[in-house]
Design a protein around this ligand. Sequence first.
Ligand code: MTE
Length: 367
Amino acid sequence: MDMKSGNWSGTAIRPVGLIIRQKDPNNLEMPFDQLDEFITPSELFYIRSHFPTPEMDPVAYRLSISGAVRNELSLSYADIRAMPSRTCVATLECAGNSRVFMVPPVPGAQWELGAVGNAEWTGVPLSALLERAGVADEVCELVLEGADRGVPKEEPKPPGPISYARSIPLARAMEPDVLIAYQMNGQDLTPDHGYPLRAIVPGHYGMASVKWLTDIVAVTQPFQGYWQTSDYGYWDDSDGTPVRRPLAEMKLKSQIARPRVYERLQPNRPYTIFGAAWAADTDVAEIWISLDGGASWVQGDFLDPVNRHAWRRWKYDWITPAQPGRHTLLARATGADRRTQPDGHNPNFGSYVIDHPLPIEVFVAAP
Ligand code: MTE
């Protein structure tokens, strides 16, 4: 950060090698077959923005904490950076990741496998700010609001431009790893990833990790904003009558990174199938791979230990079939709570939460 000019002056990370799903605003995904290290390099980390990246001046910047609190706070970027910090690794997945696998197709950015990444985030625990502000007893949620504004694309559209705002329950907000972050992978956030400050809400789909954060409002009634109800909502019919609820925790999910979709493989050769699996409030305990479209399953091995909120990379050493042909590979994770990924997509989630095993079709053919 250049405090004098007020301009972002971090290492000039450009999203090199990302796939464009939408040009303006930037909606870019990682080519997931490039998965390698546990930590996703910042330049390969997907970007999902509803409105153009706002110009932020770190000198003029203030983070306001208001609503049902005893002491309203207005903190500068320097105030936040001077506070004790915490670093955590968390996987962020966009709730629409893997949408391109939906049959029949659904509207929205056609994300393949790369709207997910695992980064190291540094910032101030949100709980430390809330303790300073003194949250009233009746508070149920914190609304997090960003500086970006515009008219959303999806119907029903609000009457004019709105900001990007999402709420999280108070209990979640008080978890130590929920951060008001200023660094990603040891560098100041890039403009597209939310410079100067963003929320990081581990365990929730990415929509909760509000970028360009300017306002935190403590509320005593559930927030009903556009991004909480119209978009990023789902139908909960567990009580018989469907009601609209905000998406929240990420579901258990695994993805195959290699081979990539429609890759051509040589027959009768060793091939290491490689991928990652993640969950929200449980640990990923087992990974199962099917080499025959789901008829049978074999167990894979993890490459990373359990680290709550971070993904676990895994592998399975395969000998490709001797006979040429088309094969469908699947991966399915099991959580420490013994739950596993569902067989298919739950339509109550609309075009979100694509958490079933995703078919990766490959061709075995002689060179
Ligand atoms: N915050 C703001 N202010 N505006 C946005 O459009 N997109 C959300 C979230 N935070 C968004 C936002 C969504 S849908 C996701 S998946 C994540 O940011 C993506 O974070 P990233 O672009 O750093 O990967």
